[in-house]
Write a protein that binds this ligand. Sequence first.
Ligand code: URA
Length: 272
Amino acid sequence: MTEAERRATLEAIAQEVAVCTRCRLHQTRTRAVPGEGHPETEVVLVGEGPGFNEDRQGRPFVGQAGAKLEALLTSIGWRRQEVFITNVVKCRPPENRDPEPDEIAACAPFLTRQLEALDPALVVTLGRFSMARFSPGARIGQVHGTYRPADAASGAPEALAYAMYHPAAALHQGSLNEALFRDMQGVPEALVAARARRRSAATPTDSAATEAEAPAVAEVSAAVEPPAIAAIAAIDPPPSIVPSPEEAPPAEHASPPAPEAETRPAAQLPLF
Ligand code: URA
């Protein structure tokens, strides 16, 4: 799919979402929230559903949870314009209640089509409703800060899914703030792994030979060409430093972030 086709597809989905009446949530919404971001990104973040501010503005993660999400992205040197941000349900559940299974099911084709258009390498799930979509049966307390192949039915069959707590959880439960920032430090490494996985899937070779010759993750990442989109991105890339294993340890081995971690970019893996 060309970049223009991808933009057009995402815009067509957004227009359908804006007038959708597939479930009861349309009766109480102010505006539907299709999602937004860079159409050529490798990373899609999926939340639960719009809250009060998102419902008013028609944009995802613009309230307090959005400020937390932006701080999390800043901590790894990324910006929200460089990723795509969307939700499992596109209309606000009244009083911010959990989305019902039939509401999630009614909205699911929109997310599937967005993912098919974006074809991300990495999906970062924010909270348990999003995680359930990409890693059915997983428990967030056990899998947060880790990645696994995304469920094939999700619309992103070639992506890795990286599980995180929902940013709003940190607003209600301070102890989760540390876990969120620690888990975020594992996202660049998950992207490196996702890129390597896609490269090996795209190179049909004898599997034994592939395994024997597989370069280390950091080597693979260094060899990966940046996507050829600089001309359309209008985004200043952050410094190009591929994290070494020491700089970006696996989440389960990562130490808690220093107090200033929210404002100090960690080892950086540029998206563009
Ligand atoms: N919480 C979500 O899950 N999504 C939003 O867009 C905002 C808050």
